[in-house]
Design a protein around this ligand. Structure first.
Ligand code: ADP
Ligand code: MG
Length: 428
């Protein structure tokens, strides 16, 4: 029997599927042949199944680096459902004693979901160094290089962690990464070309109708949003760049339409976030008003529209966000509302993340203090200091980051002003 048939049999017996989705079999074959793999498959393309299968085929621990607790929980439930018992989400939901137990009994587990922060902890690494690792998976791997509002410097440590685990076979999974991002993602791992497999599927989503609408000002934008929510058939997601706006607009839209509208952002506690996401999945919520914190890994097939009230941080983020619509293959719409000058808001948010040259030189010249720094900026600088970077190096890195983020904003604003035909072209 060919390897493909064997794989099909396992797919069927273990996971109940008849055939592979596009790309899954090729990627599995490359992994079995020992290749480090970067797989770019669209949202809903079945990326998780790839590492689930590897766990079913080979011995050793599959470590999955995952950015969100809700994502981990979701995957644990799915694997348990498929009959897998040796699955653990190693995160803050575990008590100290439970963590200790897991680390002392790692050999009992087949799949370990973990955040990059926890994976970097010395006790965790020491324990992992003692077990056989089947595969190191980085899910939503674009997070390594995308520096969105939910900035996670620990992602930059993954190459070091990979080293200290003696370079286990690597699988990077993402739905969205430009060629540049892919290079940037891979480069720090120093993988030899010969060991690398790269799978890229078009991220074009034929069933999603893309459009942008220009409005003169904020008042017109709100009116247009209301008209759209009244006219469109949900469920829908509306993205905002601030928590405050997401919250405010949820109340307003609920009042004006009679629909059930809930807001979702990183400022809510874990419990509320989980509840809202769950209710949305169950069809008890019509519309979610959200920041970019919502949606990663959301597996809801029937989302009929995604509206952007503000620009995304870049085209990749945009693709990721509107890509949550129409996963069932039926027609869906993605609408970006754009008022002239909207990019200034994005610039202001960027300034809050990365300190300006001026603020930075004040920080350097005053023994690393500056009361002007935001919490986020503090954390960013602390991270680089911990890495042992000199002031000059930090300044250089941040300047590069700023420029690249500015380019992202301009790219997004250019997109907002293109005609429909061109829009498709750019995103294919
Ligand atoms: P992604 O991470 O690529 O966005 P998921 O791994 O969440 O996608 O998978 C999306 C859905 O596709 C899940 O419900 C999963 O069970 C399903 N799926 C995965 N592989 C297959 C397959 N070979 N046949 C049918 N359904 C599949
Ligand atoms: Mg996924």
């Amino acid at each position: 029997m060919t390897q493909k048939n064997d794989l099909r049999r396992i797919l069927n017996a273990r996971f109940g599927f008849d055939q592979f989705k596009t790309g899954q079999a090729e990627i599995l074959e490359a992994l079995i042949a020992g290749k480090n793999t970067l797989a770019v498959l669209p949202t809903g393309g079945g990326k998780s199944l790839i590492y689930q299968m590897m766990g079913a085929i080979r011995p050793g621990l599959v470590i999955i680096v995952s950015p969100l607790l809700s994502l981990m929980q979701d995957q644990v439930v799915r694997l348990n459902y498929a009959g897998e018992q040796q699955v653990i989400a190693f995160n803050s939901n575990l008590s100290h004693a439970e963590r200790h137990y897991v680390l002392s009994n790692l050999a009992r587990y087949h799949y370990l979901f973990i955040s990059p922060e926890m994976l970097g902890e010395a006790t965790v690494l020491r324990a992992l160094q003692k077990v056989m690792i089947n595969l190191l998976v980085v899910d939503e791997a674009h997070t390594i290089v995308s520096w969105g509002p939910d900035f996670r410097p620990e992602y930059l440590n993954l190459p070091k962690i990979h080293q200290s685990l003696k370079q286990p076979q690597l699988l990077l999974l993402t739905a969205t990464a430009t060629v540049e991002m892919q290079k940037e993602m891979l480069q720090p791992f120093h993988l030899s070309k010969a060991t690398l497999f790269h799978y890229q599927q078009s991220v074009n989503r034929e069933n999603i109708y893309l459009r942008t609408e220009h409005v003169p000002d904020e008042a017109a934008k709100q009116a247009r949003l209301l008209a759209l929510v009244k006219a469109l058939q949900g469920p829908g997601i509306i993205y905002f760049s601030s928590r405050r706006m997401a919250t405010k607009m949820a109340h307003w839209l609920a009042q004006m339409t009679g629909l059930t509208v809930m807001s979702y952002h990183a400022g809510l506690d874990q419990h509320d976030r989980y509840r809202i996401q769950h209710q949305f999945m169950q069809g008890q919520v019509d519309v979610i008003t959200a920041t970019s914190a919502f949606g990663m890994g959301i597996d809801k097939g029937d989302i009929r529209y995604v509206i952007h009230y503000h620009l995304s941080t870049d085209l990749t983020a945009y693709l990721q966000e509107f890509g949550r619509a129409g996963r069932d293959g039926k027609v869906a719409v993605a609408i970006l509302l754009y008022a002239t000058g909207d990019e200034s808001l994005a610039y202001a948010m960027l300034a809050a993340t990365i300190p300006s040259t001026q603020v930075l030189s004040h920080w350097i010249n005053h023994q690393h203090t500056n009361e002007m720094l935001s919490q986020q900026q503090h954390e960013l600088l602390a991270f680089y200091q911990k890495q042992g970077q000199s002031d000059q190096q930090i300044a250089t890195i941040l300047e590069q980051r700023r420029q690249s983020r500015q380019a992202d904003i301009n790219e997004m604003a250019t997109y907002a002003q293109l005609s429909t035909g061109l829009r498709r072209f750019i995103l294919t």
